[in-house]
Every structure is written in structure tokens, then in C-alpha cells.
Design a protein around this ligand. Structure first.
Ligand code: ADP
Ligand code: MG
Ligand code: MG
Length: 311
């Protein structure tokens, strides 16, 4: 049956890319087959997961990571690598999709995360950086066989974009796709903007602000999403490639941009750069940003101010 009751909304949730993905169709009833549109959107995301996950031995990223020779990847993976490398360059290396070894060292994906020693961190930083990955069409060459690519900061956003493209192709014009904080809105909400609650980084039940938006991607990166604590110190999963440790300038960054892949990459980059340099980066690429700095101070792009409602 259909979810959403009398409102005409049609909603489905599925676990993909390590998070709960919720898709809401507002005009599902007008589409020839809403159920098929939903299925197409979820399978587009599953395809992205299958090729870009670093955890699956059979993914393209795993194949690239294991290879010593150049590797031919799919058009989708090449597109994500290209965007990632562009954001890496624009951010001066704050965004870095070659830090796979460093991420594995901290163990955020396993069940035994730990604080590595300084020499371990130095070794994992050896030879990384956007210049160590060359992309020519769909051919990827690693500067060093030991280089490990991690698309964790961009692939989820890209998958959301693919889902939205699938919905569009199926005739849907008003929908939202939310992959655990990576969100994209298709069209508006009954002639009005959608109202998107942005999570308060220090209050799991609290809403920091509500954003009124249509036809946009909204992605949040926060230090509260994945972390462990040792002796009262929080170690989270957004790493500063300059010192190999969790970036410490922000509690959370929300980016509004045209695509979720772009917003995802920019949110991670801006988190590392901090409120000032981060805002300049996001705005230089046509996006808008909302920061909660490490001390809790909230700042945001001028052009975002008229879309903000207090919760
Ligand atoms: P989330 O996974 O909660 O959506 P992000 O989009 O910020 O958060 O992605 C964080 C993930 O990106 C990490 O788990 C890691 O895989 C990878 N990552 C961590 N630091 C960086 C960085 N500086 N640049 C690029 N990717 C990073
Ligand atoms: Mg990201
Ligand atoms: Mg993300």
C-alpha cells in the first residue's frame, strides 16, 4: 500500500550507503507508476553504492585501491572523481579523496576505532593529495600503488542526485530524497518551499534552524555523526589532511547547492577549512553555507539569511 495517508504523499525508506534513505513523492499519484519510480530511484542509489563503496571488495573503488596499474572506471565513478578532484584543488587540499589509508588507520568504519600514534599518522599521510591521482577520461592512475581512494565524503550526495534523476525520468516533479542528512529537493512543496529542519549539533532532538528551500540540495557534515571518545575527547570522522587528525574548527556545516554531490563535497571541505575560508570556498562555487563553529557560534552566507526560520 501507499505510505503517507491522506496527504497523497508516497514515502519509502531503505538502508543504503550506510544510512537510512527516505524518498518522498508528492505527486506520485500523477505518475504512471509511482511504485516503479520509487524502485528506479532506489536502484540508482544501489548502483552507486556498488561501484563506489570502499568496503565492498568488488566495488570499482576497491579495484582501484588494490591496483598498481591504471584502472578504467565507469562514467559515474569518473564523474565523482573529477568533481572530487576539483573540490580538492579549490579547497587547497582540505577536501582529499586520497586519504583512504588515514581513514582506515583511525578505524572509523570498524568496531575498534582508536587514536593512532604520530608516526602512524605521518606514514598514512605519505604521498597523499589530489596531485597523486590522475584522471584522463575514465582512466585513473595512482601516483603510488599504496594510495587508497575514499569517496565517503561525496558518493552519498552523488547517489542522491542519481535518485533524483531517476525520479525525474519517471515523470515525478515534486519529491525529496534524504540520505541521512544528504538531502535533495525536487520542485516545491505544494506551491510553497519545503521546510527543512537542520539538526542542532549538540542536541540530538533539537532543530538548529529551519530552511525554506525548493529545487536545491542541502547537505550537513557534523562532528556528531560518527565519533568515539577517549578520556572526554571527541574524535570524529572528518579528518584534516594537513595534520591527519579530526578537523577542529566546526561542530557542523550545512551547504545548499544545486547538486547533492557538490553540496556533500563542499560541506566536508568547509568543515575542514572552518567558517571563514569555508564560506569563501562554498560561495566561490555558487553555494550557500551555514556554520556552527567549534565554540558554538552560528554564521551563514548573506543570501541564506532570508531562507532561515528559527525552529
Ligand atoms: P558523512 O559521512 O556523515 O556524510 P561527510 O560527507 O563529511 O560525512 O564525509 C565524511 C567521510 O569522508 C569520512 O567518513 C571519510 O570517509 C571521508 N573523509 C574524511 N575526511 C575527509 C576529507 N578531509 N576530505 C575528503 N573526505 C574525507
Ligand atoms: Mg561530504
Ligand atoms: Mg556526506
Amino acid at each position: 500500500g501507499r505510505g503517507g495517508g491522506d496527504s497523497g504523499e508516497f514515502r519509502r525508506a531503505r538502508v543504503l550507503m550506510g544510512t537510512v534513505v527516505e524518498i518522498t513523492l508528492l505527486d506520485g499519484g500523477a505518475a504512471s507508476d509511482a511504485e516503479a519510480a520509487m524502485e528506479a530511484a532506489f536502484s540508482a542509489m544501489a548502483e552507486v553504492e556498488a561501484s563506489m563503496s570502499a568496503h565492498r571488495d568488488d566495488s570499482e573503488v576497491a579495484r582501484l585501491n588494490a591496483a598498481a596499474e591504471p584502472v578504467e572506471v565507469s562514467a559515474a565513478t569518473a564523474e565523482v572523481l573529477e568533481l572530487g578532484l576539483r573540490v580538492a584543488t579549490a579547497s587547497g587540499g582540505a577536501f582529499d579523496l586520497t586519504l583512504g589509508r588515514l581513514k582506515a588507520l583511525w578505524g572509523f568504519d570498524g568496531d575498534a576505532p582508536r587514536v593512532p600514534s604520530d608516526p602512524e599518522i605521518a606514514a598514512a599521510l605519505q604521498g597523499i593529495g589530489p596531485a597523486s591521482l590522475r584522471l584522463a577520461g575514465r582512466r585513473v592512475t595512482k601516483g603510488d600503488a599504496a594510495l587508497r581512494v575514499d569517496l565517503g565524503a561525496i558518493a552519498k550526495g552523488y547517489a542522491v542526485d542519481r535518485a533524483v534523476a531517476a525520479l525525474r525520468a519517471a515523470g515525478i516533479r515534486h519529491a525529496s530524497v534524504n540520505a541521512g542528512g544528504d538531502l535533495r529537493l525536487l520542485g516545491d512543496h505544494g506551491g510553497r518551499p519545503w521546510r527543512i529542519g537542520i539538526q542542532h549539533p549538540r542536541d540530538p532532538q533539537g532543530v538548529l534552524v529551519t530552511l525554506e528551500l525548493a529545487d536545491a540540495a542541502v547537505v550537513t557534515s557534523g562532528d556528531y555523526e560518527r565519533f568515539f571518545e577517549v578520556e572526554g575527547v571527541r574524535y570524529h570522522h572528518i579528518l584534516d589532511p594537513r595534520d591527519g587528525r579530526p578537523a577542529d574548527a566546526c561542530q557542523s556545516v550545512t551547504v545548499v547547492a544545486a547538486s547533492a554531490a557538490e553540496a556533500d563535497a563542499l560541506a566536508t571541505a568547509a568543515f575542514v577549512l572552518g567558517p571563514e575560508a569555508g564560506r569563501r570556498l562554498v560561495e566561490s562555487r555558487g553555494g550557500l553555507a551555514l556554520f556552527v563553529a567549534a565554540d558554538g557560534e552560528v554564521s551563514l552566507s548573506e543570501d541564506l539569511k532570508d531562507r532561515v526560520r528559527r525552529p
